[in-house]
Design a protein around this ligand. Structure first.
Ligand code: UDP
Length: 186
């Protein structure tokens, strides 16, 4: 790669839905592999990359809360789903030789490092891709909040969102045919 990167450090948000691909549920390995190879390409250009993964492909707290489950408990299950996706992303990256660490906002010492800001910064400096799991680690939040928080904490130059919708709309374009796309935002 000869082109010079615009950003030195980025935070990529990969939603669960993006990881699901065209399947109705779970992780599409081909999609995880494609995201991983894009990340590898950015790494090869010298860009430092943090990744926040969603969990909506496996579990969405709010919809279960709507079905009568305790919201906080449902959200904890959603956070566990993001940890599974983080491990899937880690596998896809390591398979192609990209050094990674998973840090979870909900401590799970057996399978991932706990989130420690300064340690995550060190990993990034060493060129490792840090995959941040479990969002902000608290219920009533989403991984989008986690992505914004980690991007700010890591001093990222950009927050990139990989999702299945191509911009910001007035409503969910998959559910509402009258949704229109904002060309600019203030
Ligand atoms: N979640 C949470 N706190 C967080 C991040 C996630 O409670 O900080 C839960 C919440 O239930 C959410 C689920 O985890 O619905 C999956 O995350 P999200 O919906 O953000 O995933 P995505 O839409 O990106 O796939």
């Amino acid at each position: 790669m000869s082109s010079k990167p615009i950003y030195k450090r980025v935070l990529l948000k990969a939603s669960g839905e993006a990881l699901m691909g065209d399947q109705g549920f779970g992780i599409d390995v081909a999609v995880a592999d494609r995201i991983a190879s894009d990340i590898a390409e950015a790494r090869a250009m010298g860009v430092e990359v943090g990744v926040v993964v969603g969990g909506g492909n496996i579990f969405r707290g709010l919809s279960k809360a709507a079905e009568g489950m305790d919201r906080a408990n449902a959200d904890y299950m959603g956070m566990l789903a993001t940890i599974m996706n983080a491990l899937a992303m880690q596998g896809a990256l390591e398979k192609i030789g990209v050094d990674t660490r998973v840090q979870s906002a909900v401590p799970m010492a057996t399978i991932a490092e706990p989130y420690i800001r300064r340690r995550a910064l060190r990993h990034l400096e060493k060129g490792r891709v840090v995959i941040f799991a479990a969002g902000v680690g608290a219920p009533f939040f989403t991984t989008d909040s986690g992505a914004a928080l980690r991007a700010a904490e890591m001093g990222c130059d950009a927050l990139l969102k990989g999702t299945s919708v191509d911009g910001v709309y007035t409503a969910d374009p998959k559910k509402d045919p009258t949704a229109t796309r904002y060309e600019t935002l203030t």
